[in-house]
Design a binder for this molecule. Structure first.
Ligand code: ADP
Ligand code: ADP
Ligand code: MG
Length: 498
């Protein structure tokens, strides 16, 4: 088989994932180009790229989500490959198809696999054919309220109404009794049309206190498919992951092996190419069901990289150029424990509302076993037009206990001033006794809501004022050359969070 040469990769994305891909390009001696919206502060991200092309000045829809503009951008800068990252166009079969038409190598699965998994209903039907268990429910084409209501009685309550085209936890409604069904169907359909342009719904039995456990899978053009073990992503708010870890705590090897086999069967069933994730929901009794397959690199991929010692992005690029997978299943093993926390510009004490502002002071944690994948730095402007995730903090150690100790320490060391963040709230989560014991479920944040409330006053606004008024010769920690003085920001920040 002849290899496709990749000399320049376009990344139509933003934030930390764009940086992650640019880093892999540099390590492989491949040129990189960022395709960006002018409405975004790209200065930090841009510095990791060799080239940059504007997609215009509009919001996400008019820029990062416009297939035509993205393909034009690739052409205009001479890119021969494209890595979509996650979010945005990463799960649009049209983008993979448009790349193929334009002779650009798409770093991801085949357009047909993206399409096959893009509808949760179709994916469920396919999994049933492959013998992979799915949550009891209704995934039929008849979308009339009569049929959905009749099927709902069969599924029983509580049940979950889901947008078949859904993602990011949007368009989901829990229905606890028959009377709640019709309004839930109506609002789920409205939300689904608005968010995904597709109002098809499916019904699933709602599993109480489940865990979300997913498997990283990877296929190449030579017919090889492997899995790279699991990630437990049970700590979620509004069905969105906040903390992810590998291995999944408190599970037997036997259960994890059965799930791995199901994940590989799912990937084989669609002759899956490149990196993907098979998501499962697991009942407290240890029964697991297929939820969906994400046909892209996942936000939480670093935990897998740390416990298996692989570079998933490099492997994605190699596989896209036609090379075989760099690892055999028998060479892959989990070693130690990794845990990731997503750092957001949001206010956990006020409904997690997204925050904006300019990062006036930024210092990120470092030290043994600490990895920070950030999309911002000091001076970055945080707007409201795009996702408020600022960075990801991933800690690795030889076991779960030590990796969480490390995450707690690293969160302590994190200083971000100028916008509210979830950093101190994340510390409350990871120091909670139930989390430390591995007693996790997707209800964790609700069940422990009271324990996770702020007990001490928020120091960030006070610090912001101190920062604005402090003499500010240098904000570098440990600067000896320049006299920073007793009123320096670091003197103010020093005691914070200790
Ligand atoms: P996962 O979180 O497992 O990767 P989701 O289905 O939750 O999968 O979708 C991806 C998440 O990433 C969404 O919450 C979305 O808001 C967020 N997201 C998408 N694009 C970006 C981006 N460029 N920067 C930060 N977050 C993003
Ligand atoms: P999305 O595309 O938004 O990621 P998923 O189907 O993967 O949608 O579900 C997201 C989250 O919603 C899961 O991680 C889980 O917490 C919850 N969830 C999904 N289906 C069920 C179910 N049948 N019962 C209980 N919780 C569910
Ligand atoms: Mg999901």
């Amino acid at each position: 088989m002849t290899l496709t040469t990749i000399t320049k990769i376009l990344v139509p994305n933003r934030g930390e994932i764009a940086v992650r891909i640019a880093r892999a390009c540099r390590e492989m001696g491949i040129a990189s180009a960022l395709a960006y919206s002018e409405a975004d502060d790209i200065r930090f991200v841009r510095s990791f790229f060799d080239d940059a092309v504007s997609l215009g000045s509009g919001d996400a829809r008019a820029t990062y989500l416009d297939v035509g503009r993205v393909i034009d951008a690739a052409r205009s800068c001479g890119a021969d490959a494209l890595h979509p990252g996650y979010g945005f166009l990463s799960e649009r079969p049209e983008l993979a198809a448009a790349c193929a038409d334009a002779g650009i190598t798409f770093i991801g699965p085949r357009s047909e696999s993206i399409a096959a998994m893009g509808s949760k209903a179709a994916a469920r039907q396919l999994m049933q054919k492959l013998g992979v268990p799915v949550v009891p429910g209704y995934d039929g084409d008849d979308q009339s309220v009569e049929t959905l209501s009749r099927e709902a009685m069969g599924v029983g309550f509580p049940l979950l109404v889901k947008a078949s085209a859904g993602g990011g936890g949007k368009g989901m409604k829990i229905v606890r009794s028959a009377g709640e069904l019709e309004p839930a169907l109506e609002s789920a359909r409205r939300e689904a049309i608005k968010a995904f342009g597709d109002g098809r719904l499916l019904l699933e039995s709602y599993i109480e206190e489940p865990r979300h456990v997913e498997f990283q899978v990877f296929g190449d053009t030579h017919g090889n498919i492997v899995h790279l073990f699991e990630r437990d992503c049970s700590i979620q708010r509004r069905h969105q992951k906040v903390i992810e870890e590998s291995p999944a705590p408190r599970y037997t090897d036997a259960l994890r092996q059965r799930m791995a086999a199901a994940a590989v069967a799912a990937a084989r069933g669609v002759e899956y190419l490149n990196a993907g994730t098979v998501e499962f929901i697991v009942t407290p009794e240890g029964e697991f069901y297929f939820l969906e397959m994400n046909t892209r690199l996942q936000v939480e991929h670093p935990v897998t990289e740390l416990v298996t010692g692989v570079d998933l992005v490099r492997a994605q690029i190699d596989v896209a150029s036609g090379k075989p997978l760099p690892w055999k299943q028998s060479e892959l093993a989990q070693r130690g424990h990794a845990v990731e926390a997503r750092v957001y510009a949001e206010d956990p004490d006020d409904r997690f509302l997204p925050q904006s502002g300019r990062i006036a002071l930024y210092s990120q944690p470092a030290g043994p076993g600490v990895r920070v994948d950030a999309g911002v730095t000091e001076g970055s402007e945080i707007g409201v037009k795009f996702d408020p995730m600022l960075s990801k903090l991933i800690c690795y150690a030889r076991n779960r206990e030590e990796s969480i100790d490390r995450l707690d320490r690293a969160l302590r060391d994190y200083v971000i001033l100028g916008t509210r963040t979830n950093v101190s709230w994340l510390r409350r989560v990871v120091t909670h006794p139930a989390f430390r014991d591995g007693r996790v479920s997707t209800r964790f944040l609700l069940d422990h809501e009271a324990d996770l409330q702020r007990v001490t006053p928020d120091l960030v606004p006070a610090l912001a004022v101190a920062l604005a008024t402090a003499p500010r010769k240098s904000v570098q920690r440990g600067t000896t050359e320049e006299a920073v003085g007793a009123a320096s920001v670091w003197d103010v920040v020093g005691p914070w969070g200790r």
